[in-house]
Ligand binder design. Structure first.
Ligand code: NAP
Length: 308
């Protein structure tokens, strides 16, 4: 099959770190252009806006949209309207409704829309999912604690409305939880801590259950210095399981599991290519829905101002 002519919109940290290496090592793609106001990729033609790019390069077949979520809908609508397949970075948008609207637009045009969740492609996730399908979870605890100053230096959008605050990493944990659990969960109570000078939370405590009352508790915190924690602990009927390092390691009853070496973004781009070839879309909004529920149901506490 011929490579898909792909463009990237919104060039920044994740594009340089992950998208460019994953795309350039995949023969299923040809990276033909970027559209970004201030950034570019060496050797790739760059344009200041998505409209300028589509006017200059009508041969573009697909776009990856990697700007902050508050600004993604307009670009996605323009791309689908211009007949391009669309890869959405996570979270897929600023609201559930705008992504539903994109889903309908993609379906009506016969185009692929992929709401990507990179953490679902971490090496341990499918192994853990298979384990839990055979040995059902009785209790789950998610601990996702990291240092915002280290991972998001100078990023103002994460603190603005729609930037999700600590749910920007926390939604990665929820994308794994919703992938591995054999049943649906829903939020019962939550507490969100907002710095006095910011519009988005710096910490959250979430208590979910399933219909049978099995509990999933999650702690997200952006104030963790020193060792960083991205763990999911599960007690099942017969085993004790620890997924750690965001899904790159897995222990069952203390024994390390052998895992595939596959990276998250190479796997995402293979899936996007398969979706395009199959004429299909993949838009699962469950991680974003749980975050929306947390903003709707969660108690709001005001905490110390956040100074960068
Ligand atoms: P970023 O570097 O702060 O932003 C990406 C680029 O978006 C910026 O360089 C900027 O490019 C463009 N942009 C910023 N504000 C914009 C606006 N108002 N309108 C249009 N474009 C704007 O962010 P990032 O860390 O790459 O994250 C981008 C997305 O990827 C987020 O949804 C994030 O959750 C997700 N993600 C990030 C990571 C990570 O480790 N950073 C990991 C996985 C997923 P120009 O100034 O050139 O327009």
């Amino acid at each position: 099959m011929k490579p898909v002519k792909l463009a990237i919109v919104g060039v920044g940290k994740i594009v340089y770190d992950q998208h460019v290496p994953a795309i350039t090592h995949n023969p299923g793609y040809e990276l033909v252009a970027t559209a970004s106001r201030n950034h570019s990729i060496p050797g790739v033609p760059s344009y200041a806006s998505i409209d300028d790019m589509f006017a200059a390069r009508p041969d573009i077949e697909a776009v990856s949209l990697c700007m902050p979520p508050q600004y993604r809908y307009k670009a996605a609508h323009a791309a689908l309207s211009a007949g391009k397949h669309v890869f959405l970075e996570k979270p897929p948008g600023a609201t559930l409704s705008e992504v539903e609207s994109l889903k309908s637009l993609a379906a009506s045009r016969g185009l692929t829309l992929f709401a990507s969740w990179h953490s679902r492609h971490a090496p341990a996730v499918q192994t853990l999912k298979s384990h839990l399908a055979k040995d059902a979870p009785k209790e789950m605890t998610v601990i996702w604690k990291e240092d915002v100053r280290h991972w998001h230096p100078g990023q103002e959008w994460i603190w603005e409305a729609g930037g999700l605050g600590v749910f920007d990493p926390g939604i990665n944990a929820l994308s794994i939880v919703t992938e591995i659990l054999p049943w649906d969960i829903f939020l019962r109570s939550a507490t969100l801590e907002f710095p006095a000078n910011r519009h988005s939370p710096i910490a959250a405590n979430l208590h979910f259950e399933n219909a049978a009352g099995i509990k999933v508790n999650a702690e997200f915190d952006w104030r963790q210095t020193g060792e960083q924690t991205w763990d999911i602990l599960v007690k099942t009927g017969n085993s004790s399981v620890r997924l750690s390092k965001g899904g790159s390691t897995l222990q069952i009853d203390g024994a390390a599991c052998a895992l595939p070496e596959e990276g998250e973004y190479p796997s995402l781009y293979r899936h996007f290519r398969d979706l395009i070839a199959a004429g299909a879309s993949d838009v699962d909004l469950s991680p974003l829905r749980h975050v929306a529920d947390a903003f709707m149901l969660g108690k709001r506490l005001v905490t110390d101002p956040f100074i960068e």
